[in-house]
Design a protein around this ligand. Structure first.
Ligand code: PHE
Ligand code: ZN
Length: 854
């Protein structure tokens, strides 16, 4: 063999450089002999030369110790670097051949949680995007698909892999997956696990065995996830006609996981925080998240697994579509309007933030250094918005017909965005060329509107403009579906929701036959991911808040009133407007409205949102001023509502805990009420609820209310005493303290918590509970002395050696640095430079910090 050469410098990969591989894979046989520091992986891979692109055999492989290698049973010449193994074309047989290799790997020392690693005594894998190359030599790219047979040897009682079980005996088990798949969908699990078992009969009458595997002690937290899985299976049959395709579907809960969950074929692996749920330990928000993520991973079986991505630039092909599908599922399970508002809150908080800063990138990026850095809100959430816009433009019927054509035409293939859109072009006869720009043009379009009324005609004139983003100075107009409705002065709707299709930079739409000037409700249901500016006075907003039939816009009007109020308080030191307080009180006390909706309307814009709003208006946001104004408004609301809060708190008792839309809606409003009430009743109601609560929503909710009112010291201690043994609840304990820390105390509190015996930087959930919460505590993170910045940079520098993926992700805390004043900017730049100067900084973090610095 030739010697390992010097480490390969990180390279930028471009979409335009895509080329098919030199070899395809037919079948793969893997034998794992598990041992914590010396696992053996024996591979036998049947390769077929790609006649259309002949060349060397190029395999990926990282951190592997190669023990043996044979081709068709013979030894051959090969070259190995720290990233690749190559056999020259001249040294290969002329046709198909069998490649055999044995490597050794060390799961126990794998703290990056990518490839095969250990978590709480169990073995598990994470291969997306490029983790399989840390398991064995393989063409680790999604367009190479093979049929896998896997043998696992270990004394551990539960041994799992993809597909159907073939045979097992003492110390071994064999699995076979009949569906060809790319390596990123490979999975293996071995551990002392307990199964929560159930079964599902598919639409064609096939019986599927369902299991959720957990560690001892977690058995009582599986029932909700199992019900969500069965609901997802039914939904995908009923709505998309998609049936499950194996005899068994397994889910495994893992404590140490970089992301939420992973859709490995027939063996989904979940961050335990995204699958385990019980009323005593989980909040309503967790139940909702579990339901959505179980659905998401299950839906990937068709959108991702049966039809996968040609290359990683096409990531949104599976993720945008699958997020859209899980959103629709959750809406059907719960409430569409409430879900939509929650989606938009998320989209604005994460995607708009990204799209308006140095990390902005197209939904289908054109280049990357480390693909892990592109599992972003843009790819996922904006990717889902694009699907929603497509559906709005073509209509429901054509949407489902296009999906059916896609499933039919591309089943078993690795495809592109062009392939996806071609199905809708064919079904509708539409030219989708301009629409396709949504995948290639980064940035959030600004949409402005003017209104005119003359005779019996009302005209809306829209203008769109997308600001420059890194690498894209000039933007073209996008296709925008703009849903509008018109409302008469007496509150009746004179034009029900109508979708206008805007394609030009500027465009007018006229509605005739109107008796009087109507009030327009624009961008209903948030029909396009844009920032809408509209000259509209507080009276019209209050009118729409009271009368709009579109729940999203009704909520949006309340939100805009809140924002205007806060901006006036921040910039002009004004007192909160009485009109706003009254309008909000009307919503709060309107029993005809869904409590979940009332809670959302009561919620104030985040500090981060206000900072971006000020920045967009040409001002330099002052985090302390934003914090003070928001606190002042909370107190003003509490006093203005003082006469109704205690009664509301009493009435909203949801009774026996059920994690459904109804119960969670009531509790959500009740907790909003409690957090205000705690500002004026010395914490009495919250203390009472904390003592008596029989569910985590109210226990954590009352503790948060107390902490938010500067109280709760004792309750925090008793919460710890009750829950120190439960990791997921302890994550909340850590998180709540940081989230509610006063600005000048946040860094100190974080520093103290990292010294706590239960802090463990190697566990991504715990690290995020502390440092993710620090980044989210706007005024605390941006405290004037820069202590928050330094603390986070210190932690990221240490974590990078252990876990580059989670480190790089948390660097996004700094992505908004250009919004702030010169002092803050230079303090942040210093910290970013300090991170960059760390010897051997990972490729992940290097790319992120470099892009953030711009
Ligand atoms: N593909 C996973 C999902 O969206 C996310 C993921 C990516 C998980 C990379 C792990 C690693 O469902
Ligand atoms: Zn996904």
């Amino acid at each position: 063999m030739k010697d390992a050469s010097a480490p390969t410098a990180p390279q930028t990969i471009y979409l335009k450089d895509y080329a098919a591989p030199h070899h395809w894979v037919d079948t793969v046989h893997l034998t794992f002999t598990l041992a914590p520091q010396a696992t053996r992986v024996l591979s036998r891979i049947a390769f077929v030369p790609n006649a259309e692109n002949p060349g060397d055999l190029v395999l990926n492989g990282e951190q592997l110790t190669l023990l043996s290698l044979r081709i068709d049973g013979e030894s051959v010449e090969y070259a190995v670097t720290d990233t690749h193994l190559t056999v020259a074309q001249a040294d290969l047989p002329s046709g198909a051949f069998t490649f055999e290799a044995e490597v050794e790997i060390s799961p126990q020392t794998n703290t990056a949680l990518e490839g095969l690693y250990m978590s709480s005594g169990m073995y598990c894998t994470q291969c997306e995007a490029e983790g399989f190359r840390k398991i064995t030599y393989y063409p680790d790219r999604p367009d190479v698909m093979g049929v896998f047979t896997v043998r696992v040897e270990s004394e551990l009682p539960v041994l799992l892999s993809n597909g159907n079980p073939v045979a097992s005996g003492k110390g071994w088990a064999e699995w076979h997956d009949p569906w060809k798949k790319p390596a990123y969908l490979f999975a293996l699990v071995a551990g002392d696990l307990i199964a929560h078992n159930d079964s599902f009969t598919t639409m064609s009458g096939k019986e599927v065995d369902l299991n959720i595997y957990v560690r001892k002690g977690d058995e009582d937290k599986c029932a909700f996830g199992m019900a969500a899985l069965k609901a997802s299976m039914t939904w995908d049959e009923e709505v998309y006609g998609r049936e499950y395709d194996l005899d068994i579907f397994n889910i495994v809960a893992v404590d140490d996981f970089n992301m939420g969950a992973m859709e490995n074929k027939g063996l989904n692996i979940f961050n335990s925080s995204c699958v385990l749920a019980s009323p005593e330990t989980s909040t309503d928000a967790t139940f909702e998240r579990v339901e959505g993520i179980i659905a998401h991973e299950y839906f990937h079986n068709w959108t991702g697994n049966r039809i996968t991505c040609r290359d990683w630039f096409q990531l949104c092909l599976k993720e945008g579509l699958t997020v859209y599908r899980d959103q629709m599922f959750s809406g059907d399970m719960r409430s569409h309007p409430v879900k939509r508002i929650e989606e938009v809150l998320q989209l604005r908080a994460r995607q708009f933030r990204e799209d308006n800063g140095p990390l902005a990138h197209p939904v289908r990026p054109e280049s990357f250094v480390e693909i892990n850095n592109f599992y972003t809100a843009t790819v996922y959430e904006k990717g889902a918005e694009i699907i929603g816009m497509l559906r709005r433009l073509v209509g429901d019927e054509a949407y489902y017909a296009g999906c059916a054509l896609y499933f039919d035409r591309f089943d078993g293939q690795a495809v592109t965005i062009e392939d996806w859109l071609a199905c809708f072009a064919q079904v509708t006869g539409r030219d989708l060329a301009q629409f396709q720009q949504w995948y290639s043009q980064a940035g959030t379009p600004r949409l402005s509107v003017t209104e005119a009324f003359s005779g019996d005609s009302f005209t809306l004139t829209f203008t769109q403009e997308t600001p420059p983003t890194p690498g894209q100075a000039v933007k073209k107009p996008q296709v925008l579906p703009i849903a509008v409705g018109l409302i008469a002065a007496d509150g009746t709707e004179v034009l029900p929701t109508t979708v206008l299709e805007m394609t030009q930079a500027s465009q007018s739409f006229t509605f005739s036959g109107l008796a009087a000037r109507p009030t327009a409700s624009i961008l209903r249901d948030f029909s396009a991911p844009v920032i809408l500016t509209r000259d509209i006075d507080a009276t019209t907003r209050a009118f729409l808040l009271a009368h709009d039939t579109d729940p999203f816009n009704k909520w949006e009007m309340g939100r805009m009133l809140a924002k205007d109020t806060l901006i006036a308080m921040i910039t002009r030191n004004e007192a909160p407007a009485g009109d706003y307080l009254d309008a909000l009180k009307a919503v709060l006390t309107d029993d005809s409205l869904d409590p979940a909706f009332r809670a959302l309307t009561l919620g104030l814009p985040s500090q981060d949102d206000l900072a971006q709003t000020l920045f967009d208006a040409g001002q330099t946001p002052d985090p302390m001023a934003i914090y003070e104004a928001r606190e002042a408004l909370r107190h003003a609301l509490a006093h203005h509502f003082a006469d109704v809060l205690p009664d509301l708190f009493a009435q909203l008792d949801a009774g026996t805990f059920k994690p459904d839309a109804d119960g969670s809606g009531k509790r959500s409003l009740r907790m909003s009420v409690l957090s205000l009430l705690s500002l004026i009743d010395a914490g009495k109601a919250a203390q009472g609820l904390f003592e008596s609560a029989d569910n985590m929503t109210e226990q954590a909710g009352s503790l948060l209310a107390l902490l938010g009112a500067g109280k709760g010291e004792e309750e925090l201690a008793s919460f710890y005493a009750q829950w120190f043994h439960d990791r997921l609840v302890m994550d909340k304990w850590f998180m709540m303290q940081v989230a509610t820390a006063a600005p000048l105390e946040a860094a100190q509190i974080v520093a103290k918590l990292t010294q706590h015996a239960d802090f463990n930087a190697k566990n991504p959930n715990r690290f995020r509970a502390v440092f993710g919460a620090l980044a989210a505590n706007h005024a605390g993170f941006h405290a004037p002395d820069g202590g928050g910045y330094k603390l986070l940079a210190d932690a990221l520098i240490d974590l990078d050696s252990l876990n580059p993926q989670t480190t790089a992700r948390l660097c996004t805390a700094f992505e908004t640095w250009r919004r702030y004043d010169g002092d803050r900017q230079s303090m942040i730049r210093d910290q970013l430079m300090r991170i960059l100067a760390k010897p051997d900084l990972s490729r992940d973090t290097t790319e992120m910090v470099t892009r953030i610095l711009g």
